[in-house]
Design a protein around this ligand. Sequence first.
Ligand SMILES: [Zn+2]
Length: 337
Amino acid sequence: MTESQSSSLVTEPLLWQQQEWKRLIERYQAGRLPHALLISGGEGIGKSHLAHALTAYLLCRTPSDTACGDCASCQLLAAGSHPDLAEISPESAGKQIRIEQIRALQSYVGKTAQQGGFRVVIMQPADAMNQNSANALLKNLEEPGENVLFVLLTHRISSVLPTIRSRCQQIALPVPQHDLAVQWLHDNLESHQALHTEKLLKMANGNPLMARQLASDSMHEQRDKLFLLMESLTRGAEPVELAPSFQEGDLQWTLRWMQQWLADWSSWCLLQQDSEVRFPEMMPLYRHWHKTASLDAARELYQRVGELRSQLASGGNPNIQLAIEALLINWSGKMLV
Ligand SMILES: [Zn+2]
């Protein structure tokens, strides 16, 4: 089954996943691997990486500590055409996993593995199922075929329906140790990007894969632009005129940065220690807001931005332009008056 199978081979777990990896392999070798895993953890922590390394291991014909990377099965995975792996995701970002996608799985999990071993279903994000899709999946989870493993991934565990959660064995991946995250970024960034490792990790809440994504030139550019827009807004520019520019680039990231600045500003107001500020380049704006805004206002705004992020993530806000305009008007009213 090849529905949107990713075409690169992952065999090794990430640096900070060694413990979870060892436990999974031990469970497998003892014949105690459950038929459904629910892997949760922050965005950019490497959930999908772990799921794919495990899949490669289970499907590999000659695994040792990890999948071999060379056998016919590993080659099929590398080509993105392994018949015993199904990957299920929403058809476009922010949409839900449809019931038809789950139903299509039923015949797949009922069959015998074509390569004679496991069949794996990787589903992400697991929180993108509505009640109907979830009910259809529950049927599969209640009557699993032999040697079928479901791996569900989510960074919003509380949004996964409790009935699904209770059928899965849960693995909560912790934020990687700082030194491991730094080491990995040094190995995986260009040297000029690696100079900003600490700052990138702060922005990514300690999650290395997200930090790597943030290191790209386009993300830098977007953040620099957003800073200038926020500066204009703070100096009194008209929110409605700025709104179209706010929508350029990855809107989830724009909103996430706005939340990070509000949180950073609030803790600076409370502690009054410049050395504790996460984003020192924001200090001129923070000082300005300090004269005009209250902590309550920042908290309300933080929530409002969060609500908009959720709406966008679930495809639930048809008029983004209007939503951004309203948000910026609200921001001016709360932070700058
Ligand atoms: Zn192999």
